[in-house]
Ligand binder design. Structure first.
Ligand SMILES: O=C(O)c1ccccc1NCC(=O)[C@H](O)[C@H](O)COP(=O)(O)O
Length: 268
């Protein structure tokens, strides 16, 4: 699936690096994962009165104000302590400061599902590291159905990311059951929460919908939930790259408790 609009230079550079890494990983054996269930993690959060949040360990990014050098395991543990239903780990090294090793350490340390967030373009890129959820970005892969099948064959739960109605259609045709609607456009890297509100109504009710990117406040959480989000993927607002020293546990808690009517101090 390839959109006509040009990608941001940072994204072009990420994809170029991803192609090189794919070449290097051609001859690996297939991983075989006994995945932690993401639907169960969502149900558990809902039962506990927490908004299902996938909190993202994202040391930096092309749009971040700085880099957060904290130990990734400490960050992930603080996120789970703050109520995160799952953890997303950027494994992309060139623009996000991530690594597969960080994901492995995090998955060993927490008991919630862990998403591998990277820019994987081909099946050979799947065999780098075990994870519970695996990101596929509809815009970047030609054979989406083939990669959804390949991910499931390895035990991953594929999360297919889309940005518009056409990509959503392609995701559904490929058999996606978990779909992330990214509020960030990959052309200018701007975020607009209206993206989720526009695309989500086109998804069938039995698809698990995740609102990705640009969710900063409890009010944003409530807005995305009102538009049909089963879960939210949040990186920057939890990592808070600019300030650097803010409390990741508290940043996560503020969002996971956004629908808690008795928690009035966290309602803005
Ligand atoms: O976050 C970026 O700057 C970025 C730039 C180019 C391509 C992708 C990018 N982000 C990947 C993501 O999908 C986000 O990390 C994720 O949705 C969380 O977004 P946010 O809460 O806005 O950090």
């Amino acid at each position: 699936m390839n959109s006509e609009t040009a990608l941001a230079p940072a994204v072009e550079s990420i994809l170029e690096a991803a192609r090189e890494r794919a070449e290097d990983s051609r001859d690996r054996d297939n991983v075989s994962v006994d995945a932690r269930s993401f639907p169960d993690a969502i149900a558990q959060a809902e039962a506990d009165g927490r908004v299902p949040v996938i909190a993202e360990v994202k040391p930096t990014s092309p749009t971040a104000d700085g880099t957060r050098p904290d130990d990734p395991v400490e960050l992930a543990e603080a996120m789970v302590d703050g109520g995160a239903a799952a953890i997303s780990v950027l494994t992309e090294p060139t623009q996000f400061g991530g690594s597969p090793e960080a994901l492995t350490r995090i998955r060993d340390a927490v008991d919630v599902p862990v998403l591998r967030k990277d820019f994987v373009l081909a099946e050979s890129g799947m065999d780098i590291v075990d994870a519970d959820l695996f990101l596929l970005i509809a815009r970047f892969v030609d054979d989406l159905e083939g990669l959804v099948t390949a991910a499931r064959k390895r035990g991953f739960q594929p999360l297919v990311e889309v940005h518009d109605g056409d990509e959503l259609e392609a995701a559904l045709a490929a058999g996606a059951e978990i779909v992330g609607i990214n509020n960030r456009d990959l052309t200018r890297l701007e975020v607009d929460l209206e993206t989720f509100e526009t695309v989500a109504p086109q998804a069938p009710a039995d698809v698990t919908l995740i609102a990705e990117s640009g969710v900063s406040t409890p009010a944003d959480v409530r807005r995305m939930r009102a538009a049909g989000a089963d879960a939210l993927l949040v990186g920057s607002a939890i990592m808070d790259h600019g300030a650097g020293e803010t409390d990741v546990r508290e940043n996560t808690r503020r969002l996971t408790r956004a629908e808690d009517a008795t928690d009035s101090e966290h309602q803005t």
